[in-house]
Design a protein around this ligand. Sequence first.
Ligand SMILES: [Fe+2]
Ligand SMILES: [Fe+2]
Length: 299
Amino acid sequence: MGSTTVENIAWSSQLETGIAIIDRDHKVLVDLLNQVADVIGDSEERAILGSVLNSLSEYTHYHFSREEKLQEVAGYPGLEAHRRRHVVLAAQVDDIRSRYRDEPESVQGDEVRAFLRTWLVEHILKEDMNYRAICTAHPEAVAAAEAIRFGEEPLDSDGGAAVRKTASVNWSTLKVLVVEDNRNFQLIISTILRSLGVRSITAADSGAAGLGSLHGGGTFDLVLSDWRMEEMDGLQFVREARAAGVQTPIIMMTGYSDDVVREQAREAGVNAFLEKPITARGFLETAGEVLTAAAAPAV
Ligand SMILES: [Fe+2]
Ligand SMILES: [Fe+2]
């Protein structure tokens, strides 16, 4: 990707629909969009930008289902036209995502960002504002929209595998430690976690800082660790944490898919792996499995 000069989008009251759940979704989308520019030129650009675009695409589909449910229950007469607009926008985002995955050089930073900005901001300011009045007058529509959770919405047209229900996980009370030396990757992970409703996120810039957080009296329900880090790598971090008696489930984020290496990591005490570039759905599924297993009584 080339350099970019497009400025970040600042969230403003102008973008607010006044429907809390919709505004929350829009903020996540704007955050992800702003990250597209921040990661250009990063040494791990491919993994990070790939993760941002994956998440942007997934979250767009999710948000659109939520919004369409809201309009349907409220009896919004513009639903069909709005739905058609969503189909076009989602296809455009998906196209950028797959082009970047298959041929990253073909994707230009400025072009992508200017385009994403246009669809997102203009769609919110024009089309989304049109359903505001009727939907705010129908609290049952807002409740139906709130009930749609990420990963449980109807599947998009490219038909990924269904995500196992993770209803048993209470994301809002979860305490998560993220051990990652790349700030941009920390940011994308935090955005994904926040989009799921996680409120307590602690970031550590190195394995040593991660051990410090674990030993500093903090209790965590889940640890996400990068593998490749300067000085202390993820494997060493896990070994030392386990040797010190830490039992918190640990998910290792890695570009390696080598079975031997993975086996080594499992022996060190890693519970599961998340391959970079990550997807928000992949994270949801992996974290759901790990947390459900951790909550199950030992046999
Ligand atoms: Fe929207
Ligand atoms: Fe919309």
